[in-house]
Ligand binder design. Sequence first.
Ligand code: NAI
Length: 338
Amino acid sequence: MTHTVTLVPGDGIGPEVSDAVVRIIETAGVSVKWERFDAGMAALEAQGTPLPQALLDSIRRNKVALKGPITTPIGEGFASVNVGLRKALDLYASLRPISKLPHVRSRFDNVDLVIVRENTEDLYAGLEHEVVPGVVESLKIITERASTRIARFAFEYARKMGRRRITAVHKANIMKMSDGLFIKSARIVAAEFPTIAYDEQIVDALCMKLVMKPEQFDMLLLTNLYGDIVSDLAAGLVGGLGVVGAANLGADTGVFEAVHGSAPDIAGQNVANPTALLRSALLMLHHLGESEAATRIESALIRVLAMPGRATRDLGGTATTTEFAGFICSELGTAVGQ
Ligand code: NAI
């Protein structure tokens, strides 16, 4: 079967890591028709908008997209395309499995954590205004509907994937109403899932516990901003942003993307590590029912990481992006021939 997938290579290192991942998927024998679109600055210059309607239409039609990083101007310029996509397609759940890849040096060996982050509201609503000169206000929006929906997503995921415990993360001791509503909603949903344990942690204490003993957590459920911060912290526990995949999911649509940004400091040098986007693509392949290919690619990736020097330089190797992808493709070819 041929899958039609929207591909947004992104900018900075995006096109380099996307090319690598497309090549690996095709070498694994998965038949994909890619519909390619620009977004961000390139789209703004060519089409007058950073988030073209044709791109949104393509994802709505195909219901699945693979996306590279897109640069967001800081403090001015167009709004984040990433946030815009999540809002336009109602991709309300961010899913980030955090587990150590064999042969990747990291602080901890036994982390197996899944982070579920609410993706549509909180301080990310972007509702900011100047109250009087020199004073700005940013609104933290938390609704019962979105809190309940993300809690239900987390518990249903836990049940499907056999996870044992969900920890809701908050600061309801200070933000009694907003974070209070988030955990109140989570508790109501938790009661519907008696076989999955539920507890709560205040966000600052959670960060301390995560960096000291991350293996004590199974799944985390967070609002948008805490989820953003804690999920990068968690990536750091297992080797950094270059090795962690992620998915943004809605009711029937999935956008799979690496967690890192466009890395302007190394863009165009053919040294970026495509592993994070590849791991996101593996989540996509499972979503598309191509689990057998996903498993083959993952074991080819692990075999390459086991060979000294064959990783990209961020992981201590000397391979370029294209060489690294080539090694994985060769491993896939060898496996086919066996
Ligand atoms: P970044 O993740 O792009 O880079 C942070 C550091 O990690 C840099 O030193 C970079 O070289 C390194 N790095 C990141 N990915 C790597 C990879 N695959 N291989 C090897 N090294 C890698 O974060 P930064 O610099 O804060 O953001 C740059 C731009 O990316 C900003 O405009 C930001 O808004 C955007 N961004 C976009 C995201 C997305 O599209 N989902 C997510 C995060 C940031």
